[in-house]
Write a protein that binds this ligand. Structure first.
Ligand SMILES: [Zn+2]
Length: 380
């Protein structure tokens, strides 16, 4: 698994890069659109993803494993064929859901035993199982199986947990190498990303970053953030940890975040993001614009004939007024929810495009400041 990341240029610590995979080349910094069960909640199709500028789709290993099953998806030729999406797909390892959703967890060196949140049946998942499931799904990028300790966990808990996750990472790598050498493997070029953990303890994070870097994986993530710590703590961890991850590999900040979080993280050297905020907020009618968030349910939009945001190229803004979308929302029509989700996802993907352009033109800092000032002015 050689590196397929090209660092094109830097503006301060902000990075412009290009990630080449068997499913095509994508430009970084980028946002991955979260399709939990191989679909983004809100009635968003693979065709829609193409229309909103999505570069990478993200699906959840745990959810697909417990419902429908990765073996069935493998029989369909993998996720790309199953959902008819042919650009890169990243699958998470299932670890985060095992630790946040499943009940009756028992963690051992071998892995974790837990009960499905769907029907309560007992499941065992360790590094090898996670790699096999992700190999069945045939994603472009597979994430290592890790434990994500709570943000407020004590050092005494975090340190042994991180050390076990390191041992799990070596097992993930060995298993993926084996799977990628098998004849019936769907994607023999599947890439494994390692995950840095360590809660808010910078020394544990840095030690871990150094050790996992030695495995020379195609990419690295910073995990276990945006799980209850303050924004300042999160930015501090990123600033301290990112420099100890290889500069010639992509860096992915898992599960983050707001547009402001993304701007701050790009400034500290992060290349890849994913978050459910745009789709979740869209479903509630909370819409992102360059001038802050608007709540389409507000009475003042009842007769507003403007699009959600002037100049936005998304499928909702190209055609429909705030008044119409508000009417759909108020009437409980699914189309209202769908249009709002499409707008928000387009906003995030387009924001990344603007970020990339500002780095290309050596003006990331001024772009960031202006956008944050405008977004804080809030139109509500
Ligand atoms: Zn729009």
């Amino acid at each position: 698994m050689s590196s397929c990341f090209k660092l094109i240029k830097k503006d301060g610590e902000a990075r412009r890069g290009e990630l080449t995979t068997v499913h095509g080349t994508v430009q970084t910094p980028l946002f991955m659109n979260v399709g939990t069960v191989a679909a983004i909640k809100g009635g968003v199709s693979s065709e829609d993803l193409e229309n909103i500028g999505c570069q990478v789709e993200l699906s959840n290993t745990y959810h697909l494993h417990v419902r429908t099953g990765d073996e069935l998806i493998k029989r369909f030729g993998g996720l790309h064929k199953f959902m008819d999406w042919h650009k890169p797909i990243l699958t998470d390892s299932g670890g985060f859901q095992v630790f946040s959703l499943a009940s009756m967890r028992k963690i051992k060196e071998e892995g974790v035993t837990f009960r499905s949140h769907i029907d309560g049946h007992k499941i065992f998942m360790g590094p090898e199982e996670s790699m096999r499931i992700q190999s069945n799904l045939g994603s472009t990028i597979a994430m290592a199986f890790d434990e994500c300790p709570p943000a407020k966990a004590e050092r005494e808990y975090v340190l042994p947990s991180v050390q076990r996750t390191e041992r799990w990472l070596a097992r993930c790598k060995a298993e993926m190498d084996r799977l990628n050498s098998l004849e019936d493997t769907i994607n023999i070029d599947q890439l494994l990303f390692g995950i840095n953990q360590g809660a808010v303890y910078n020394d544990i994070r840095i030690d871990n970053a150094k050790r996992i870097s030695e495995l020379d994986l195609p990419g690295y993530a910073i995990g276990g953030l945006a799980v209850g710590e303050t924004h300042e703590e999160m930015y501090d961890v990123i600033a301290h940890t990112a420099p100890f991850l290889p500069s010639d590999k992509p860096r992915y900040l898992m599960g983050v975040g707001t547009p402001a979080n993304i701007l701050e993280a790009v400034e500290r050297g992060i290349d890849m993001f994913d978050c459910v905020y745009p789709s979740r907020n869209g479903r509630h009618g909370h819409l992102y614009t360059h001038f802050g968030k608007i709540n389409i349910n507000n009475a003042k939009y009842a007769e507003d004939d403007r699009p959600i945001e002037e100049g936005c190229g998304c499928p909702a803004c190209r055609r429909y007024s705030r008044a119409y979308i508000r009417h759909l929302h108020k009437s409980g029509e699914m189309l209202g929810l769908r249009l709002c989700v499409l707008h928000n996802l387009y906003f995030y993907n387009h924001l990344m495009e603007e970020i990339r352009q500002s780095i290309d033109e050596d003006r990331f800092a001024s772009f960031k400041k202006e956008l944050l000032d405008n977004m804080n002015s809030s139109v509500e």
